[in-house]
Design a binder for this molecule. Structure first.
Ligand SMILES: *Cc1c(COP(=O)(O)O)cnc(C)c1O
Length: 404
């Protein structure tokens, strides 16, 4: 039997204190102990099932962390106040001054910026490499390299990282493979494919409501406990913990993740197939024309499809801007950063979420200034949405009208 992340999500539901169907929310920052000894033992990590202080963890955070660990198939997880909180504390747990990271060059703008601009202040250096070249990724490894950092489906170019092969490289060099799976929850299970640590921004598909930011690190119990050590744990000491009330609200939204991801994928495939037939410059991993389509098919959990992210090249930024403003006016979605929302969201990443990446770097990466990134919504009538997008493209002059 192969691993099914959605079935894992449904396992072992927690009930509330008064047999509520949802677990009780832990509305406490600190916890009492029967004896002073019990408190000391808990402080030293020698007790089971005891809580000390909510920056370390809380019952509500534990419920959410357990569900997400089950979804990725890892032993443990820790939830954080944001995706960047998960990324920064993971890096700082693994790397110290003098260490080195090999990162994919097509990562989330904030991840790029922390590695490129912030970590050098701590004397942690990063080499950015084209993740689709396994040879280049391996060649960039130095004696002081501690981790490979990649996104399964990269932002915003939707390139696919060959996780099993990267895992082999990491193992060979005795370093960790850290994977950001934000774009592809359920459809990819990187830990099952050999990654050591899986990170998500919960802000996106997993919560799906755009009412909060949040993050998670899924890994071995040893690693997660280390990040929560009161002596030297990065998560514990930097203080990136999630609030308990928010954990409780995100937990409920994980229960609809499977059907949401399926619908996002279904809608994205529908729109991209139709637009490709019309000759649009469209990138979607579910299209046979996508350069990593075959690789994607060998890695994904097929019932969840190819995800909700699409890019359409409008060639120039002014055209992209006009296109997005027109779509917003027609109610097809929102001109906004972020993704995984029930409504369609679009932005031009060259000027927006990837603006941390300098222009010459963007060119090298193949990031066109007119690239429009779509996070397809859960639209019920997707044919109507497709027709609307098509009309906007024709009006802006980025799609020729086909003679009927
Ligand atoms: C949004 C995002 C992040 C950062 O998450 P926040 O919750 O905004 O801190 C990291 N990686 C990817 C791929 C993202 O899309």
């Amino acid at each position: 039997m192969s691993f099914n992340p959605a079935e894992q999500l449904e396992k072992n539901p927690e009930f509330g204190q008064f047999k509520g169907v949802n677990p009780s929310i832990s509305d406490s920052a600190t916890y009492t102990f029967k004896t002073a000894k019990e408190m000391m033992d808990t402080f030293e990590g020698k007790t089971e099932g005891k809580f000390l202080y909510s920056r370390h963890t809380s019952p509500s955070n534990m419920y959410l962390a357990n569900v997400l660990a089950a979804m990725e198939g890892t032993e443990a997880a820790n939830v954080t106040a944001s995706g960047m909180g998960a990324i920064s504390t993971t890096i700082l747990q693994i790397c110290e001054a003098g260490d080195h990271i090999v990162s994919s060059r097509t990562v989330y703008g904030g991840s790029y910026a922390i590695m490129k601009n912030y970590l050098p202040k701590l004397n942690i250096q990063t080499t950015f490499v084209n993740v689709t070249s396994l040879e280049k990724m391996e060649a960039a490894i130095q004696p002081n390299t501690k981790m490979l950092y990649v996104e399964v489906v990269s932002n915003p170019l939707l390139e696919v990282a060959n996780i099993p092969e990267l895992a082999k490289i990491a193992k060979k060099h005795n370093i960790l493979l850290v994977v950001d799976n934000t774009f592809s929850p359920l459809l990819m299970s990187p830990y099952q494919l050999g990654a050591d640590i899986v990170i998500h921004s919960l802000t996106k598909f997993i919560n799906g409501m755009n009412d909060t930011v949040g993050g998670v690190v899924c890994a071995s119990e040893t690693f997660i406990n280390a990040t929560k050590s009161v002596i030297d744990g990065a998560a514990m000491l930097i203080g990136s913990t999630m609030d308990s009330l928010r954990s409780a609200s995100i937990l409920k939204n994980t229960k609809t993740l499977a059907i949401r991801v399926q619908k996002h994928s279904e809608n994205a495939l529908y729109v991209s197939r139709k637009l490709e037939q019309e000759g649009a410059r469209i990138v979607y991993p579910g299209l046979a024309s996508h350069k990593d389509h075959k690789l994607f098919k060998t890695l994904h959990n097929p019932e969840f499809g190819f995800g909700g992210m699409i890019t359409i090249d409008a060639l120039t930024l002014p055209k992209a801007d006009k296109f997005m403003e027109l779509m917003q006016k027609k109610g097809l979605g929102d001109l906004a950063v972020s993704l995984g929302f029930y409504r369609t969201l679009f932005n031009a990443p060259g000027a927006g979420t990837s603006s941390e990446v300098p222009e010459d770097e963007q060119k090298k990466m193949g990031l066109s200034p007119g690239l429009v990134r779509f996070s397809m919504g859960l639209d019920h009538n997707i044919e109507k949405t497709y027709q609307g997008i098509r009309e906007c493209m024709i009006e802006v002059g980025i799609l020729e009208t086909l003679s009927v």
